[in-house]
Unconditional design. Structure first.
Lengths: 115, 116
């Protein structure tokens, strides 16, 4: 079946502009995660959605970052007033989230470059 | 997604040899550990996992070893092939009885280069 998809694959923007990144999880997966991967650093957790529960936003680096998940499926990560330090690959993952060992499947990522 | 490019520890291995990738994890309360493989331009791909009540688990050509005493995880790849060239990340998480959600904490990654 189809895996996690993300769009766009690449996004170049100017400092100060807002960007929206989209994630389509695997059909039937109730949990959705956003991670960020920066050059010279590993993957860092940003936000987690599980079903209809309030999202875990503990990883968002600032209030310029927000995310929503509509209808329990597609998610959009929004970065307002982008800064150069926001340049990174933004990865989305989804899982069934029924047990502690459910595998998180990752999408290909969106490479964001802030000029 | 492109892998982390700069300042990654690199393991060069001859094709056909065995590879061992090491990871020191941070949280003694973690219950579950995963190894991911990330090829250039792609997202991380699940390889193998292990629960904290185990110390070894084997898959196809891969073995994960867990030493909770020293908080160390390793991934062994048998008969390394050119297709194994990638960046490998370990990840850890706590069970839900300890923490809300299934968020993963990732290690910094190791680049494996397979020489023909």
């Amino acid at each position: 079946g189809a895996g996690v998809s993300q769009s766009p694959s690449n996004k170049v923007t100017e400092k100060g502009k807002d960007v929206e990144l989209r994630c389509d999880p695997i059909s039937g997966h109730t949990a959705l995660y956003w991670y960020r991967q920066s050059l010279g650093q590993g993957l860092e957790f940003l936000i987690y959605f599980q079903g209809n529960s309030a999202p875990d936003k503990s990883g968002l680096p600032s209030d310029r970052f927000s995310a929503e998940r509509t209808g329990g499926s597609v998610s959009t990560l929004t970065i307002q007033r982008t800064q150069q330090e926001d340049s990174a690959v933004y990865l989305c993952a989804s899982s069934l989230d029924y047990t502690d060992t459910d595998t998180q499947y990752f999408g290909p990522g969106t490479r964001l470059t802030v000029l | 997604g492109e892998s982390v490019g700069l300042h990654l520890p690199t393991l060069s291995v001859q094709e056909g040899d065995n590879s061992i990738i090491n990871c020191a994890y941070s949280n003694s309360a973690s219950d579950y550990f995963i190894w991911y493989k990330q090829e250039s331009g792609k997202g991380p791909q699940f390889i193998i996992d292990i629960r904290s009540n185990m110390d070894k688990r084997q898959g196809q050509r891969v073995t994960v070893l867990l030493n909770k005493t020293v908080k160390h995880l390793s991934l062994q790849i048998a008969a390394t092939q050119p297709g194994d060239s990638a960046v490998y990340f370990c990840a850890e998480k706590m069970s839900r009885r300890k923490a809300a959600g299934n968020k993963l904490t990732f290690g910094g990654g190791t680049r494996v280069l397979v020489k023909p």
